[in-house]
Design a protein. Structure first.
Length: 410
């Protein structure tokens, strides 16, 4: 007698086409997939609708009561797993999991991965090198930390993601100037951290019930904070195919230590790190896959169905593939010269002559298309994605594109 398919409840299935890859991964391993989201059913995209067996609209996805009621409506057959890839919903998914007594990422771990200060405190206790940090609810607390640690400082939301709402403060004068812009008061607290100088990258994993099943490493050029504040920069993400070489041993060991210390199991993870004069330093980790369709770069670079392998891991099934490490992959964004509408792109002819054989995906908005603000991420406006067996060639081609392609707007 055949076993009943597992029933997975997915939160926020249609916030981006990226989410559909994870839905498809679940369907590919035989799971029944239902979902909760903020859109009415008739507003779901066709690509999403065809991947769902059931759906309920929930106007407040952070309301535990509303989520539980909607989950119970969809719970026939009973729900076996609850998953999401959206950072703001990681804790909500874990709370719902706990209410329904389902396996998967625990609420305690989800909270640690959202609270950057508590996360670092625990990891320091496990010997993981982190920036000094604290939480602060007042100007006095921030200044006291600055006196103890020194400038520059980073101030950011405790449960933020990407570099949204993040400030780098060079000195006491800059702190004074920035204070009116900080969301302090009414009991709200901010994370305050020592600024760590160095190169920035990330380490991503698929974790099953015993630990890391698959891993990937990538680099930012330049770091996120600088890239998100400076329009003329053409930021790059470079996924290495050298992660199994000696140079990444320390990073992989740190990743293993972090994941085990936090008790991360049956999930995707996204860990940021720095390497500079003070050595390798942990930055933060999310208990969910990276955004910006980064996992799709892993798929292309490794001849590897990363979404299916994620589904197998979170559902407690054996893996079927290993990453080939055949290609390095890269993503480079060309920012518009100003906000407004695109007029034209300069430098495309030499760009195609140099890089066409490496580019596997791209977007070049037509004249008249509205631009998007820099805080919308690195996969909007004009962008190119590349792959090559040689990591250095990918980096060289991305730099050429960034130097030569200009997006003119008015």
């Amino acid at each position: 007698m055949m076993a009943e398919p597992m029933h997975v409840l997915f939160l926020a299935p249609d916030t981006h086409v990226y989410n559909h890859g994870f839905l498809q991964g679940l369907r590919s391993v035989g799971a029944r997939v239902s979902a909760l989201g903020m859109q009415p059913t008739d507003k779901l995209s066709d690509g999403c609708k065809k991947l769902l067996d059931g759906y309920r609209q929930v106007s407040d996805m952070l309301s535990g009561q509303a989520m539980l009621a909607a989950a119970k409506e969809l719970g026939q057959p009973p729900i076996d797993r609850i998953e999401t890839i959206d950072e703001p919903l990681v804790e909500a998914a874990a709370a719902l999991r706990e209410q329904l007594q389902l396996p998967g990422l625990s609420l305690a771990t989800a909270r640690l991965c959202r609270d950057k200060v508590a996360m670092k405190e625990l990891l320091r206790q496990h010997g993981v090198a982190c920036a000094q940090s604290t939480s602060a609810a007042s100007e006095a607390e921030i200044r006291a930390f600055a006196e103890r640690v020194g400038y520059p400082l980073i101030v950011k939301p405790i449960a933020g993601f990407n570099s949204l709402g993040t400030w780098k403060l060079a000195d006491a004068r800059q702190l004074t100037e920035t204070l009116p812009k900080l969301p302090l008061g009414n009991g709200r607290r901010l994370a305050v951290e020592e600024f760590v100088e160095g190169h920035e990258g990330f380490y991503d994993t698929i974790v099953d019930g015993t630990g890391i099943r698959h891993d990937f490493a990538a680099h930012y050029f330049p770091g996120c904070l600088e890239a998100n504040r400076t329009r003329w920069i053409s930021p790059q993400i470079a996924v290495t195919n050298r992660v199994e070489q000696e140079g990444y041993r320390e990073l992989r060991a740190m990743g293993q230590k972090v994941i085990d210390a936090l008790g991360l199991r049956q999930t995707g993870t996204h860990m940021e790190w720095f390497f500079g004069p003070k050595g390798l330093k942990f930055s933060e980790i999310g208990a969910r896959p990276a955004g910006e369709k980064i996992w799709d770069m892993y798929r292309v670079a490794n001849d590897f169905d990363v979404y299916r392998e994620w589904a197998l891991a979170v559902l407690g099934k054996p893996g079927e593939q290993s990453p080939s490490r055949r290609y390095a992959a890269g993503s480079v964004q060309i920012r518009p010269s100003q906000d407004g509408k695109y007029l034209r792109h300069d430098g495309l002819d030499p760009a195609w002559r140099r890089c066409r054989d490496l580019v596997y995906e791209y977007e070049i908005p037509a004249a008249g298309t509205p631009t998007k603000p820099l805080d919308k991420g690195w996969l909007c406006n004009t962008w190119f994605r590349l792959k090559h067996t040689d990591y250095d060639e990918v980096r060289s081609a991305m730099t050429f594109l960034g130097d030569n392609v200009k997006a003119i707007a008015n």
